[in-house]
Design a protein around this ligand. Structure first.
Ligand code: FCB
Length: 470
């Protein structure tokens, strides 16, 4: 029977929402900004649905004051945003004070409204000039990233305490350099592995530099993690499929950061791709430098088998590729539908997976390391309908939000200290290869007028935040 007693969140639990620079800022050519890999990628024919790009996006660069006022109206306690490397160091070159100043004004605006800034340094938008020099396959990019981190710290370190190095390195390496579905659109397994290692190296270098600057900062990284189940737990081939997918989504990133080593079984899975030559002596000590915070992005779980299924789930991006993961060891793995409700992305709605994931990450990784765990992204795209009076009754998104917050409370009840939750996203925005076709916001954006309208989900979230209970 459903409980009627409100379930409260711990007093220190933070409620927020998340965005990313390229997805909302627009102003692609303002104040000295030059191309990132996403500007270049969106110009490739067929790379993005409808040929959309982030030139204007939500025009947040010019509307940030109103957007922060809206956040305050919604009752957000914290706001997760990212900084554009191509704005701060156009072409990866010298610092551009005008670019940095935008983030300084944004942070002041947030603090003025009592909203805690939660800064992510890199959410996938490498300066195109660095890509032309090899991008993340070039070890030097890791060192350039640490420099960029210090530049941002120079400008904001007096006011921002929560620093995240990278968002979802799985996407900015495997999906981008092997799958070709994200910028820079390369399709080369060895390049994807090198990119992943150099991203992690850049993370560790930046952690070291920032820590040396100020030991009071809260430093961390955000990973997209999943809960991976074999379709038939009694079948050895299905269990091996689950092991391989868990290896490339979860352990390939968690293990080096929190245990100082890549998992042996995944190294075996990728044997022959030259990865051992990419990892230099001392790198893992850098990558495993202590962090304070781990952000988990969770959208759905995986139900995998060595056998094809009639109701196979294929790629998550609008490409012709039949596979859900571009990772080499994902060959021969089939994603089966669980028959759960799906979002407009064809992602299954699986809140209990979030509970299991948080328990696992806490028990195996963050708990022993004393690292604070937060959910830094979780959300759903639906085909919203605007009523004649302008309102948006997005009941499915309300249910998604409530069920996933409930899943977090279940994890907390099971003894996992979860520090906060950031809904993805504050507002509809440029959803990468899907362009403006998929809407994740709790606030609707009318891309013709740039009008913002809180959906029913925003109203529901405000009620939850105000009552601090479900
Ligand atoms: C995550 C990304 C975020 C957004 C959501 C839907 O993988 O970090 O930018 O695209 O998915």
């Amino acid at each position: 029977m459903p409980s009627t007693t409100p379930r409260s969140f711990p007093p220190e639990f933070l409620f927020g929402a998340a965005t990313a620079a390229y997805q909302i800022e627009g102003a692609a050519h303002d104040d000295g900004r030059t191309d990132s890999i996403w500007d270049a990628f969106t110009r490739l024919p067929g790379a993005v649905v409808n040929g959309d790009n982030g030139d204007v996006a939500c025009d947040h660069y010019h509307r940030y004051r109103d957007d922060v006022a809206l956040m305050a109206q919604l009752g957000l306690q914290t706001y997760r945003f990212s900084t554009s490397w191509a704005r701060v160091r156009p072409d990866g070159g010298p610092v551009n004070p005008q670019g940095l100043d935008f983030y300084s004004r944004l942070v002041d605006e947030l603090l003025g409204k009592g909203i805690m800034p939660w800064l992510t340094l890199y959410h996938w938008d490498l300066p195109q000039a660095l890509e032309e020099n090899g991008g993340w396959t070039n070890r030097d990019t890791a060192y350039r990233f640490a420099e960029f981190a210090l530049d941002v710290h120079d400008a904001l370190g007096d006011r921002v305490t929560a620093w995240t190095t990278l968002n979802e390195p799985w996407c900015s390496s495997f999906l981008s350099y092997i799958g070709g579905e994200h910028a820079p659109g390369r399709q080369d397994p060895a390049a994807g592995l090198a990119a992943a290692h150099h991203l992690l190296l850049g993370h560790g270098l930046a952690i070291g530099e920032l820590r040396a600057r100020d030991e009071n900062l809260s430093l961390g990284i955000t990973l997209n993690l999943s809960v991976v189940d074999p379709v038939d737990a009694g079948d050895a081939a299905d269990r091996d499929a689950a092991r391989r997918i868990d290896g490339q989504f979860n352990r390939f990133f968690l293990d080096p950061i929190l245990r100082g080593a890549y998992p042996d079984d995944v190294l075996e899975d990728v044997a022959g791709l030259g990865f051992e030559r990419v990892v230099k002596p001392g790198d893992l000590e850098i990558i495993s430098r202590p962090i304070d915070a781990l952000g988990v992005n969770y959208y759905h779980g995986e139900s995998v088998s060595a056998r094809p299924a009639g109701d196979e789930i294929t790629t998550a991006a609008p490409s012709e590729r039949p596979k859900r993961s571009p990772f080499p060891a994902a060959d021969g793995v089939h994603w089966h539908s669980r028959g759960l409700p799906i979002t407009a992305m064809d992602w299954e709605v699986q809140p209990e997976g979030l509970t299991r994931l948080l328990i696992r990450v806490h028990e195996e990784y963050t708990g022993p390391a004393g690292v604070a765990l937060s959910v830094t992204e979780n959300g759903a795209a639906y085909d919203d309908v605007v009523e004649p009076d302008g309102s948006i009754h997005d009941a499915e998104r309300v249910a998604f939000l409530e069920s996933h917050l409930g899943a977090i409370l279940d994890a907390i009840d099971a003894g996992v200290p979860v520090h906060g939750y950031f809904y993805w996203s504050l507002m509809d925005n440029f959803e990468w290869a899907w362009g403006y076709d998929k809407r994740f916001g709790i606030v609707r954006v009318d891309y013709d007028t740039q009008e913002r309208t809180p959906k029913d989900s925003a109203i529901a979230y405000t009620r939850i935040i105000t009552g601090r209970a479900l």
